[in-house]
Design a protein. Structure first.
Lengths: 432, 308
């Protein structure tokens, strides 16, 4: 079978062997009510109220939404709007920590005996797509009547450079990943569950193979370590050979892709009753003194995580939430760790400088290497000429925004940015 | 805290650059340059230097006059100069060579917007223009010590009859000891350059292989001497270095196969049935014209994309 080969983007998995350590309790956490795609959660606490770890403070609203839980014990300081990473405003609940880490006494493992109860438990755990997309997991796993499900792919590819938080989950919480696979096998009844891991994570592969040995229909699939192996459509194609139709869902071809840490979170909730309140985050990059993996309560200002890693070097010029291929550069260190935060990278002046673009020499590398088989250089010309019809014809809407085109462009054209801008242009044109 | 840079992903890039690609092409042309000096003597170096310097100067001066950013440090004008020189006979008058450079850099490249925007290969077009404008000096070939005739092997084959006796040994044609343009005579050193470009992933195999294979197969089928057609003219220079020029050739692999095959067919038709003994430059120029259509025909279909 023909595979999407991918690019030899350097792995830089410097922290893969660092068992994550918990950071000291932050004095304050800020929990945005929208850390997922869909509708924001609605705060159900009031200013001055005492809360404990795991206590529900934001209720999910609507079908695609996710609840938010207190990540420290303390007092609700304020509920107001703040800047989110995306630049939009979002309602956040700020909690002043009492430093006691008191766990909410109402927490108990939910009773799960059927599919509905399983899905409710997934929803109540507060888990969303932790690979980065942040789509609430419960609606993703809720299948229409009669949907045939052949594959659930547990995504442990972690193809983004630097990030090792999923790797650590698959090593340190391998039992939860395996348990999550068993739960999905029992309640969603797919033909196969494959835990998909790139071959640069031998320890995780060994651990997961040991834990799933003898489980009918659950296995580990080892994949080449080539970017963007973990992109969901790439993963589906490379593992099953199936092509997701334009505008369609993965379930149209009998597949679901779910991130490995997502699986571990709901499995842990079902076993212990503890919802998603903290994250393992890789802190790395050329401007970090001691790169590490740390565990931090959700809502912790990202500056605290750098402090836990010896601080930032003097020449730090760029801070990324997420990996270097798809992550967002952020303007300050006060932004909170959110549910989908898996890495914080600080780059020195040399690494932070965007490359200087030169004229496109039409080498065609972006065209031959696009995993979605789009034609980025043509799309750039169409965008510059604002030709909506051409952009449609070139299917810019199908761009996965993986960044491969911009990574390999010899002329260093800002192709990935142009892709996103083109999508917006199409969107605006549709609005009339 | 420093002011933080906010820019769009990706935040890392590979270490390729347009300049590095150009440098690789120049490196790949060095063996052919050395061979041209060995075969034709020091005037080969003079002609080559004149072309390179003229191209770079003209590009810089034009951009300065037009108040555009001067981009001569991208090395692309050096390649144009080298390739044009390689397409000229060693005794070409210097002023004619300079004229050719003006055609390549000003008319074909800069007037269409500069690097990456030209639709025809500058060196090929300049060669064709010079061929028509200065047909005598463009077809006057210097005496080669070991060769029986100064005429190019293709010209001898075109004339046929007794002239065929004067064809050089096949081995002499492969190493380059034969009449012809400066850089075209040695298939061997051109091939070494081509392999270097393949290893450096500057070019793909598609166009050179289909171009050369088409010429070989077609001439064999038509009862000609296919091995002579491979090494006799500018086929290797054209197929490896000029039919792989990025802006003027297709960007998809399948498009490059079509382009190479088209060049091969046209070359053979011109060589066998046209008025000219050589057809490589004409065929590349003609195929340059249809590149937008080849690109359209071979456009990649998005993975899972619906037909509109």
């Amino acid at each position: 079978m023909k595979r999407i080969v991918g690019l030899p983007v350097p792995h830089s998995k410097n922290t893969a062997d660092y068992k994550p350590e918990e950071i000291s309790n932050p004095s304050e956490v800020r929990l945005p009510m929208k850390m997922h795609s869909g509708s924001p959660a609605k705060p159900i606490v009031s200013v001055g109220e005492e809360v404990q770890i795991g206590q529900l403070i934001g209720e999910a609203e609507g079908r695609v939404s996710s609840p938010v839980h207190a990540s420290v014990s303390g007092t609700v300081k304020s509920i107001n709007e703040h800047d989110a990473v995306t630049g939009q405003k979002a309602l956040s609940v700020t909690i002043t920590s009492d430093g006691k880490k008191t766990v909410f006494e109402g927490l108990a493992p939910p009773a799960v005996t059927n599919t509905a109860e399983f899905l409710k438990a997934v929803h109540d755990s507060g888990v969303v797509g932790l690979g980065g997309a942040g789509y609430p997991t419960a609606p993703k796993l809720t299948l229409k009547e009669g949907t045939r499900l052949d594959y659930i792919l547990i995504n442990g590819a972690e193809c983004e450079p630097y990030i090792t938080s999923d790797t650590r989950t698959m090593i340190d919480e391998a039992e939860y990943v395996a348990e999550g696979a068993r739960l999905m096998k029992e309640y969603l009844r797919p033909e196969n569950i494959l835990i998909c891991v790139e071959n640069n994570k031998p320890e995780a592969i060994k651990e997961l193979e040991r834990l799933t040995a003898g489980e009918a229909g659950i296995g580990v699939r080892v994949l080449p370590s080539k970017y963007p192996q973990g992109e969901r459509k790439v993963l589906v194609y490379n593992v099953t050979g199936r092509i997701v139709p334009e505008g369609g869902r993965l379930t149209d071809v009998g597949c679901i892709v779910v991130n490995c840490t997502t699986v571990a979170v709901f499995a842990k909730y079902i076993q212990t009753g503890m919802p998603l309140v903290s994250k393992c985050v890789t802190v790395d990059g050329s401007a970090v003194i001691t790169p590490k993996n740390v565990i931090a309560p959700i809502g912790t200002p990202i500056g605290r995580l750098f402090d836990a890693c010896g601080g930032l070097k003097d020449d730090c010029k760029k801070i990324l939430m997420g990996g270097p291929m798809m992550g967002a550069a952020v303007p300050n260190t006060e932004l909170p760790v959110v549910k989908v935060t898996n890495a914080l990278l600080a780059l020195n002046a040399k690494d932070a400088r965007p490359p200087v673009p030169t004229a496109c020499i039409k080498c065609g590398r972006c065209i031959r290497k696009c995993p979605m088989r789009l034609m980025p250089s043509h799309i750039e010309s169409a965008y510059e000429a604002k030709k909506i019809d051409l952009l449609k014809q070139y299917k810019v809407n199908m761009c996965a925004e993986c960044g491969c085109c911009a990574w390999l462009c010899p002329a260093k054209r800002p192709l990935a940015q142009v892709m996103t801008l083109s999508k917006e242009l199409l969107w605006e044109a549709r609005q009339g | 805290m420093n002011k933080l840079t906010v820019s769009y992903a990706p935040h890392i890039h590979d270490n390729s650059s347009a300049r590095r690609i150009m440098l690789d092409v120049i490196i790949a042309l060095v063996p052919a340059f050395a061979m041209s000096v060995w075969v034709f003597g020091s005037r080969a170096a003079v002609v080559t230097s004149v072309c390179v310097v003229s191209c770079v100067l003209m590009e810089g001066v034009y951009q300065k006059l037009m108040k555009k950013p001067v981009t001569v440090n991208d090395f692309s004008a050096i390649i144009t100069g080298l390739l044009l020189a390689f397409n000229l006979p060693v005794d070409i008058p210097i002023w004619q060579a300079v004229f050719g450079c003006a055609v390549a850099i000003i008319f074909v490249k800069q007037l269409f917007g500069g690097l990456g925007k030209n639709f025809a290969n500058p060196a090929v077009t300049a060669r064709v223009v010079m061929f028509l404008a200065f047909s005598t000096s463009m077809t006057t070939w210097a005496e080669i010590p070991d060769a029986a005739s100064s005429a190019t092997p293709l010209a001898l084959m075109k004339r046929g009859g007794e002239e065929l006796e004067k064809l050089p040994e096949l081995w002499n044609m492969i190493i380059g000891s034969r009449g012809g343009s400066l850089g075209e005579t040695s298939a061997l050193v051109l091939l070494i350059g081509g392999i270097y470009l393949l290893v450096r992933r500057v070019i793909t195999w598609h166009t050179p292989v289909t171009f050369i294979a088409t010429v070989f197969i077609l001439t064999a089928l038509l009862g000609e001497k296919p091995e002579y057609h491979l090494f006799a003219g500018g086929l290797f220079l054209g197929a490896i270095f000029m039919a792989t020029d990025y802006p003027t050739t297709p960007q998809t692999s399948s498009g490059r196969l079509i382009f190479g095959a088209g060049c091969g067919v046209l070359t053979v038709l011109i060589r066998l049935y046209g008025n000219y003994p050589e057809g490589v430059a004409f065929s590349i120029l003609l195929m340059n014209m249809v590149v937008p259509y080849i690109n359209k025909l071979t456009a990649r279909k998005a993975l899972g994309g619906k037909r509109d």
